[in-house]
Design a protein around this ligand. Sequence first.
Ligand SMILES: NC(=O)c1ccc[n+]([C@@H]2O[C@H](COP(=O)([O-])OP(=O)(O)OC[C@H]3O[C@@H](n4cnc5c(N)ncnc54)[C@H](OP(=O)(O)O)[C@@H]3O)[C@@H](O)[C@H]2O)c1
Length: 278
Amino acid sequence: MKILILGASSYLGARIFFDLKEKYDVIGTYSTLQLTKSFLQLDVTKKDDINELIKKIRPQVIIHAANNANPRWCATHPKEALLLNQTATEFIASSVAKFNSKIIYLSSIVAYDSNTVYSQTKVKSENIITNSTDNYVHLRPAFVLGYSPNTTNDRPFNRLLKNIDEKVPAVYDTSWVTPMGYIGLITAIIKEILNKDLKKLIIPIFTEEKRSRFQMAKDILKHFNIEVTPVDKQDNSMSVAFPNVSQHLKKLNLPYIGYEDMVAKIIQEIKDRKKFVL
Ligand SMILES: NC(=O)c1ccc[n+]([C@@H]2O[C@H](COP(=O)([O-])OP(=O)(O)OC[C@H]3O[C@@H](n4cnc5c(N)ncnc54)[C@H](OP(=O)(O)O)[C@@H]3O)[C@@H](O)[C@H]2O)c1
């Protein structure tokens, strides 16, 4: 099975690439950061380039992770956010339909609450894909944590690594409370989607427990003897209701990992980090 990961150099894309490469023929694309030599350059805002690449590779599956996942950037750059996170989805969806691929779209938990520019681009992208093919799965992870071969992007987990490796002071917010997503569970679920050829699904991937950034950082960093200082940033948490994730995943015969297990796995991944070579 040939799998094309768009945005394979991203924090999530790089870990998905790493986890799938043993078993599948995986091809990755990057825009500016060529994380490994085999990755092919692709700007997803260029319709003809997407078409050309998909026509050449003819992947059975496309995993789309090439978005800007920073809600603040999206709010301050609405035009650019729309182009990258939504218009590019139209281009990708039309190629997917043309060449009959399956598409696994990295959506987000924010799709449950379409109040921001970022969340609106995610909801609209899901709709664009849903309206163009039946062979889709939308993944809705939250606040993703866990080791990725991309350790440089400014993502929450990579900030924890900086606290450990560069002794950057660990000061974390107590106000914003959120479910969290384990990166290893995302790939475990992708493997099940591929094995069972699942389609026409929206899959939430996050813990039922909610934690603040402060609590999460404390739970992980204490294992590396890093002290965490609380700060109240008076950030509003999402107030929408989320589905019961463990039940939802159980119904689909998919694995679920709760908060405590996620933390244990992440601590082990940090200790074993040398194995994550692309
Ligand atoms: N991280 C999370 O907590 C989280 C949670 C829920 C959902 N998600 C979703 O998961 C996906 C990946 O997120 P992430 O956090 O891993 O992102 P990230 O590390 O910030 O990476 C963003 C990616 O977008 C690519 N990109 C930017 N402009 C591009 C363009 N014009 N053409 C092609 N690629 C372009 C970048 O490529 P280069 O680096 O090569 O320039 C990079 O690979 C996103 O769809 C995000 O919404 C993430």
